[in-house]
Design a protein around this ligand. Structure first.
Ligand SMILES: Cc1ncc(C[n+]2csc(CCOP(=O)(O)OP(=O)(O)O)c2C)c(N)n1
Ligand SMILES: [Mg+2]
Length: 336
């Protein structure tokens, strides 16, 4: 039933490696820019950056097909970019502008794209897990062979609703890939302090769900594991759990005093395990591109991110009437 830690490495082409390099770099540079805009006061509220975890979502998106769905937590900008949402629309939403995906009314944690099958963006820890099961149920019910990726953190993995969802997902053979992004911390609480049995993927055994742990700093290992999980779901064998071992470099959110870990710990992982650096080395070692080629890619990505930031700054704030749209009740403005 349960399989061992994944070590499989797929054969990989030059084009794929360069694509992963670009996709991960886009997320990193976008998040760095979001951090800057936050510092300048252009982004309000909460803002949870994905820097360090890029290989998780890029590897899994490489194993997905058109029409597959995804849902995640508040640490969601990377997921949006990796599934092809427009960086301009994402950045404009972060800055609360009319050009954003939720017309500036949602912000960082409340953005969606029906076109890209991205179902949020959820601020309540683990709330997206049963929602994701609902998305997978819809595909099972309609008889499509689409799969839903349900992302959640190590902190969320200890929630009761995750256990309930596992049970129903296996009972109904739902095509759901449960992706535990184990970045070692839930806000300031380390996994070691909060969890008695820290191998989260093994908990699937109690429900008859197969799974495995994956090196989340290796985009190729993530992709290979994603392909296995997706094939399992598409074959009608029910859900699969991937516990992806990763690390977040920045604070939990922009207002994190970071007293729960040392600078040295973060620095060591950045230097020794960085996922983008890993692909960069594979590209250079395989002579797939030169250092100058990679610099040119970096320049392109920076231009895309700068354009997104300019678009976000220039986009107007939502009009006052927008207060009365996209709400359940049909109310007219009073003395507006
Ligand atoms: C139900 C609920 N409880 C508490 C919080 C406050 N909170 C926000 S994020 C978080 C930690 C979650 O950690 P994890 O699941 O590991 O995700 P990560 O932030 O590491 O991506 C907590 C406790 C919340 N948003 N919702
Ligand atoms: Mg975590």
């Amino acid at each position: 039933m349960a399989t061992r830690k994944s070590t499989a490495k797929p054969n990989i082409s030059k084009e794929e490696l360069l694509q992963y390099y670009r996709d991960m770099l886009l997320i990193r540079r976008f998040e760095e820019k979001a951090g800057q805009l936050y510092g300048m006061g252009l982004i309000g509220g909460f803002c949870h950056l994905y820097i360090g975890q890029e290989a998780v979502v890029v590897g899994l998106e490489a194993s997905a097909d058109e029409g597959d769905k995804r849902v995640t937590s508040y640490r969601d900008h990377g997921h949006m970019l990796a599934c092809g949402m427009d960086p301009k629309g994402v950045m404009a939403e972060l800055t609360g502008r009319d050009g954003g995906y939720s017309k500036g009314k949602g912000g960082s944690m409340h953005m969606f794209s029906k076109e890209k099958h991205f179902y949020g963006g959820h601020g309540i820890v683990a709330a997206q897990v049963p929602i994701g099961a609902g998305l997978a149920f819809s595909d099972m019910y309609k008889g499509t062979d689409r799969v839903t990726f349900i992302y959640f953190g190590d902190g969320a993995a200890n929630q009761g609703q995750v256990a309930e969802t596992y049970n129903m997902a296996e009972l109904w053979d739902l095509p759901a890939v449960f992706v535990i992004e184990n970045n070692q911390y839930a806000m300031g609480t380390s996994v070691k302090r909060a969890t008695k049995s820290p191998d989260f993927w093994e908990r699937g055994a109690a429900y008859g769900i197969e799974g495995e742990a994956v090196d989340g700093m290796d985009v190729l290992a993530v992709k290979a594991a994603g392909e296995k999980a997706v094939a399992h779901c598409r074959a009608g064998k029910g859900p699969y759990i991937l516990e992806i071992m990763t690390y977040r470099y920045r604070g939990h959110s922009m207002s994190d005093p970071a007293k729960y870990r040392s600078r040295e710990e973060v620095q060591k992982i950045r230097e020794e395990r960085d996922a983008i650096e890993h692909v960069r080395e594979l590209i250079l070692q395989g002579k797939h591109a030169s250092d100058d080629d990679l610099k040119a890619i970096d320049k392109d990505i920076k231009a895309v991110v700068n354009e997104a930031a300019e678009f976000a700054k220039e986009s107007p704030e939502p009009a006052l009437e927008e207060l009365y749209t996209d709400i359940y009740a049909d109310v007219a403005p009073q003395n507006a």
